[in-house]
Design a protein around this ligand. Structure first.
Ligand code: GDP
Length: 304
């Protein structure tokens, strides 16, 4: 129900456009497919993924000879679910962690403004609520505000934070955080990192160094590299995914601000294009407004 609310705008916009695309037409023809292509692109599904979806529908039209526009929704839904299935298991329903990795280390990456700090705060809240002991690491030492903001979330959620002063070595903060987490018997560590994209080589170096220094204490850390993307920025989100996946091995995605956009299609496109699972979606500014991504619920909320 929360998800429906969070995605209201995307859903309304998608169906408005869809119904215009098929208005007055009984069967799926070239023109309907062209219009559908525009609907998908304008919902930020992305060009590559849109072409895949259109092709799949064309194949069905060719095979079945006739496809009624009334069936189009059902088929789109199937095709999108199938695309998402390749990267998203879809069975995640809660904020649980793998049992065999303690502490479980999540390195969080993304550019400023996308909702990285907020997402870390929400994750801290949910993990704590699920009974896990959480530690935050303020390894975005480039901006004083980043450290202060993370401190605010640490206070708000009652979770310890490891930090140093602005300008200190991010790797040193990450090292301290992991060491403290082991000492405290923590279950999960969330490491905030700086995301300055204008200097790609430095970004890569910094993230690599942060990773390596954590491995001195926990050889297989980080267990997860979570890229946070702002779902309302469309093509920017695609571009950021491209740059971060080139700089480090991203293992999961959090797509934020889906409550404020009519373009929820970005979730489908990015997951497909980069073959990375979407793990969390942000649907508001509050602590509760983070959801574990479930592809079935997502597709249902779009096509209900
Ligand atoms: P950071 O610079 O990436 O750490 O970004 P912040 O976490 O400071 O977030 C930037 C702004 O986006 C803040 O005003 C947040 O409240 C807002 N924000 C973050 N996530 C969401 C979301 O899922 N929905 C909405 N509507 N706002 C969000």
């Amino acid at each position: 129900e929360n998800l429906d609310k969070g995605l209201e705008k995307s859903k309304a916009s998608f169906f408005d456009k869809m119904s215009k695309a098929v208005a007055g037409k009984a069967k799926v023809d070239e023109e309907v497919l062209d219009d559908l292509e525009n609907v998908l692109i304008s919902s930020d599904v992305g060009v590559g993924t849109t072409i895949k979806i259109i092709k799949a529908i064309e194949e069905r039209v060719a095979r079945d000879k006739y496809l009624g526009t009334d069936e189009l929704n059902l088929i789109l839904r199937e095709e999108i679910a199938a695309l998402l299935s390749k990267t998203n298991s879809g069975d995640a329903t809660d904020f649980s962690l793998p049992n065999d990795k303690r502490p479980y280390v999540i390195m969080v990456v993304g550019v400023n403004g996308v909702g990285k700090t907020t997402t870390i705060g929400k994750l801290a809240y949910h993990f704590k609520k699920s009974g896990h002991k959480v530690v935050l690491g303020a390894a975005d030492t480039f901006r004083a505000a980043a450290i202060d903001q993370l401190q605010v979330w640490a206070d708000r959620t009652g979770v310890p934070i490891i930090k140093q002063k602005m300008g200190s070595d991010p790797a040193s903060v990450a090292f301290d955080t992991v060491q403290s987490a082991v000492k405290m018997n923590a279950d999960v560590v969330l490491i905030d990192t700086a995301g300055r994209l204008h200097n790609k080589v430095n970004l890569m170096k910094e993230l690599t160094k942060v990773k390596m220094v954590m491995q001195k204490t926990i050889p297989d850390a980080p267990h997860e590299v979570l890229l946070v993307l702002d779902g309302s920025t469309g093509q920017n989100a695609f571009e950021q995914a491209k740059q971060f996946t080139a700089a480090t091995e991203v293992t999961s995605l959090a797509v934020t601000k889906l409550d404020g956009t009519a373009k929820g299609g970005v979730v489908i496109g990015i997951s497909d294009q980069f073959q990375i699972p979407v793990k969390y979606i942000g649907v508001g500014e509050g602590l509760e407004d983070l959801q574990v991504f479930n592809k079935y619920e997502f597709v249902d909320s779009f096509f209900k």
